[in-house]
Design a protein around this ligand. Structure first.
Ligand code: HEC
Length: 334
């Protein structure tokens, strides 16, 4: 009888320990869920919103920035003494850039007297304002963008297959000083598809430093840039009907697709696109810029809308983002 009691007690103890084990497992699970929120779980009302103004640049490229057609803007870009924002953005975020005149075809370059947009888009405005919010947790970063537009590829998904997908593109880098000052413009050149010196549509985005006087830099030099993180991460998210499709790329000597480590969600309601792009802070992919708590980086964004493809897009100046580091766009930690 006595032994039986002991046995029962032992069993109860074992059961209690097993239960505690389950509890512990459950607790750990709750903790891991709370450190990796899904995009849908984020309370965006708790995240600071920054408005990024995008403007229509026509055929303005890195070459334009450094030539006489950029007037007195050329020399300080060539010597890299001043960034775009130093000259084009005044007090209270006032933009001094003739984007309305560029898109209508009215603006002519100062030396060549040719239009900065040879194929004007009738009735389109020069600027699109994009609301940007950045959130992160122990594992992931989530960037939410909202902007007004046509909804063309939402209404007609076939446009997406034709490269006329309504989309947002995000370039970012954390180890390129010229990207901090000039943003996406360091990847945009006259010999690219649709640009004035198009080489038969073969050339996509590339960084200016991937080329030397004699063309493409040697492979070991390019490999060095890549290994040092001196490339630009590129995310795209666009609408194929109501579906949001994400593409993960990077730019160095070309625009190159890498493992797709992105997830994107979004909607188009009342004439406004909403897109949330999420990725692991450090994906482990050599084609991704690894991010971490306390880090700052620079982004440049672009918007394609209403059946316009290729170079016909709205672009931004560079903007600094901080993950727990003071910046222009302060990310919210969850
Ligand atoms: C040192 C000052 C300076 C810097 C830096 C600078 N710009 Fe300019 N930019 C100018 C000036 C001045 C003009 C007018 C040139 C003219 O038409 O003679 C101009 C003209 C332009 C134009 C033509 C439309 C317009 O408003 O006249 C575009 C587009 C442009 N800049 C984009 C950029 C971008 C993008 C950057 C950064 C990559 C940049 N600029 C950097 C001074 C600057």
């Amino acid at each position: 009888m006595k032994t039986t009691v002991v046995n029962i007690n032992r069993l109860t103890l074992a059961a209690a320990m097993a239960e505690m084990g389950y509890l512990l497992v459950a607790l750990v699970c709750i903790l891991c869920i709370s450190t990796a929120l899904s995009a849908a779980e984020i309370d965006w009302t708790k995240v600071e919103t920054k408005t990024i103004k995008t403007f229509y640049p026509g055929v303005a490229s890195w070459d334009f920035m450094r030539e006489q057609d950029h007037g007195t803007g050329a020399a300080p870009v060539k010597t890299m003494k001043k960034g775009c924002v130093d000259c084009h953005v005044g007090e209270n975020d006032a933009y001094d850039i003739k984007a309305d005149e560029i898109i209508s075809g009215a603006h002519q370059m100062s030396k060549s007297k040719t239009p900065l947009e040879p194929e004007p888009i009738a009735g389109a405005k020069g600027f699109i304002e994009v609301k940007a919010q950045v959130a992160y947790d122990a594992e992931q970063i989530h960037i939410r963008f909202q902007w007004a537009g046509s909804g063309a590829s939402v209404a007609d998904p076939a446009l997406a297959a034709n490269e006329q997908i309504d989309r947002i593109s995000v370039q970012f880098a954390n180890k390129i000083q010229s990207f901090n000052n000039y943003g996406c413009y360091i990847t945009c050149h006259n010999d690219q598809e649709g640009m004035p010196d198009d080489r038969g549509g073969k050339t996509k985005l590339y960084t200016y430093y991937s080329r030397g006087k004699d063309g493409l830099q040697a492979k070991d030099k390019l490999d060095g840039y890549k290994a040092n993180g001196q490339f630009i991460d590129l995310w795209e998210a666009g609408f194929v009907g109501k579906e949001v499709k994400a593409e993960d790329m990077y730019i160095l000597e070309d625009r190159i697709e890498d493992n797709n480590d992105l997830t994107a969600t979004g909607s188009f309601e009342n004439g406004v696109y909403t897109v949330v792009i999420s990725r692991k802070l450090a994906s482990g992919d050599a084609g991704d810029i690894a991010l971490a708590d306390g880090a700052a980086f620079t982004i440049g964004i672009a918007i394609h809308d209403n059946k316009n493809s290729g170079r016909k897009h709205y672009t931004s100046f560079p903007h600094a983002v901080g993950l727990g580091a003071a910046a222009e766009i302060n990310a919210q930690k969850f």
